[in-house]
Write a protein that binds this ligand. Structure first.
Ligand code: FCB
Length: 474
């Protein structure tokens, strides 16, 4: 038996379809470490995390979970869990250190070893090209005013991204099953350039809207490059953190608040990528910020390059009402019209509400709005204050409850006709949780950051059982 202590249980109550993909997910900057090794150059996250006051405790990803040096151990862990798929991201500054130009062979070697190790273990590699670690060189505006710089606010960055996608497709296209262009472009655009809580930390509503558009463009350009270079069997996808938005009341004002967040949180990506257009209400809502003249002819058609599946990351829903948001707000054009209300119910260590219905709502919405587009839950999970007890166990019953409820929601969506192909648990390992540093633990494997010792939490054993039995027990 490959999966850990798993005894297939005949009393399965919720069985998932044959071939359903059971995965775990991570991201390069959150786990790799080796930030200055083998030719990697700084990303915007290296710069941001070194800026005083930006990341809790001054934490950085310099060492993180030291995955760069513990690759084999981490693949062995996944093998013990019995996962069918592993979603990881590639650090652009490791592969193309200056963001454009020479390719770094040592960087590519690392991902070759990862992919080969996964394949030898019977695990399908699912690679994300961009999980927020933009090469710093592409962000910094040089004194000479060269074309580079400005990050996602400039369209040049989208073309550099497509070149990098081509490099990766040439290097690993024959071995990676699924290529995801971007992870959560909403966070990259609106947390990175809008309220500044993520790298590069800018607070400029216009910059955030420009970034969102250039991310859509980058996605479309890269999807075309990938399609041209990859074998027909490889899948091309995009992962969005769609917001499950609920109006606090049925009043027209509260419902309008929900519409606004849906426009600038969801449809700003869904409409260009699946329909080649911008939402009209978004253009109206943001008229005080921009006339969108940075959208050039053909850009939206480019963004709408066909893809094979849509990834959805889901953690919790948002409840909104008419009002005003805190400043600086990531919600360009909605700042003075929307306030966020605490959702009821239990909360995780992130203070995020636990509400699995939100995941169900998103999946059935996409079933209706995007018929024929296969869906994959590419992230779902929860942070709790886990610790290893004196006998070395990590008991995390709240996480097991959270995961159970969310998998049950996926099952319910499947039963109601949503075409959900897989579920990737965030995360395999405790890691660098962006602005929260190492203070939040999302892993099903506990990492002692002083020793880098890995310990399976109870949730890891539970997940192994779920995978072995192909569903949820009683
Ligand atoms: C998502 C990110 C991921 C992780 C989880 C908790 O927004 O994609 O890297 O930080 O949140």
């Amino acid at each position: 038996m490959t999966a850990l202590d798993a005894r297939p249980d005949t009393s399965t109550v919720l069985r998932f379809p044959q071939g359903f993909r059971w995965g775990t997910a991570t991201a390069a900057y959150q786990i790799e470490g080796a930030a200055a090794e083998d030719g990697r150059t700084p990303s915007v996250w290296d710069t941001f995390s070194r800026t005083p006051g930006k990341v809790r405790n001054g934490d950085t990803g310099d060492i993180a979970a030291d995955h760069y040096h513990r690759l084999d151990e981490d693949i062995a862990l996944m093998r013990r869990l019995g996962v069918t798929d592993y979603r990881f991201s590639i650090a652009w500054p490791r592969v193309v250190p200056t963001g454009s130009g020479p390719v770094n062979a040592k960087g590519l070697d690392f991902y070759r070893r990862l992919v080969d190790g996964l394949l030898e273990s019977g695990i399908r590699p699912v690679a994300t090209l961009y999980h927020w670690d933009l090469p710093q060189e592409l962000e910094t505006v040089s004194d000479s005013g060269s074309a580079a710089g400005g990050g996602w606010t400039e369209r040049e960055t989208a073309y550099r991204f497509a070149e990098y996608a081509g490099v990766m497709a040439d290097a690993l296209g024959d071995r990676v099953a699924t290529w995801t262009t971007l992870n959560e472009p909403w966070c990259a655009a609106f947390l990175g350039y809008g309220n500044g809580v993520h790298a590069p930390g800018r607070t400029d509503a216009l910059a955030s809207l420009r970034a969102a558009h250039h991310l859509n463009l980058a996605h479309g350009l890269a999807a075309r490059v990938l399609r041209g270079a990859l074998p027909a069997s490889a899948e091309v996808s995009l992962t969005l953190n769609l917001h499950a938005v609920r109006a606090l009341s049925e009043s027209p004002e509260d419902r309008d608040a929900a519409r606004r967040i849906d426009a600038v949180g969801n449809r700003i990506f869904l409409d260009p990528v699946f329909h080649g257009r911008l939402p009209e209400d978004l253009v109206r809502d943001t008229a005080g910020i921009t006339d969108w003249s940075f959208v050039e002819d053909g850009d939206l058609a480019t963004a709408a390059a066909p893809i094979d599946s849509l990834g959805i990351n889901y953690y919790s829903p948002a409840v909104v009402a008419a009002g005003a948001s805190e400043s600086p707000s990531p919600w360009a054009g909605a700042e003075r019209h929307v306030r966020f209300e605490p959702a009821p119910g239990p909360r995780t260590a992130m203070d995020w509400p636990v509400d699995a219905d939100g995941l169900y709502e998103l999946l059935v919405r996409l079933r209706d709005e995007l018929p024929g587009v296969p869906l994959v839950v590419t992230e779902n999970g929860a942070a709790y204050d886990d610790y290893a007890d004196p006998s070395g166990n990590v008991k995390d019953p709240e996480r097991v409850d959270y995961l159970h409820a969310h998998l049950a929601a996926v099952h319910r969506a499947l039963a109601d006709g949503a075409d959900v192909r897989g579920y990737f648990l965030w995360s395999l390992l405790d890691n660098f949780e962006w602005a929260y540093g190492y203070s939040k633990r999302f892993g099903i494997v506990h990492v002692d950051f002083a020793t880098q010792r890995r310990t399976l939490k109870d949730s890891a054993r539970w997940y192994a059982e779920v995978i072995a039995r192909g569903g949820l027990g009683a």
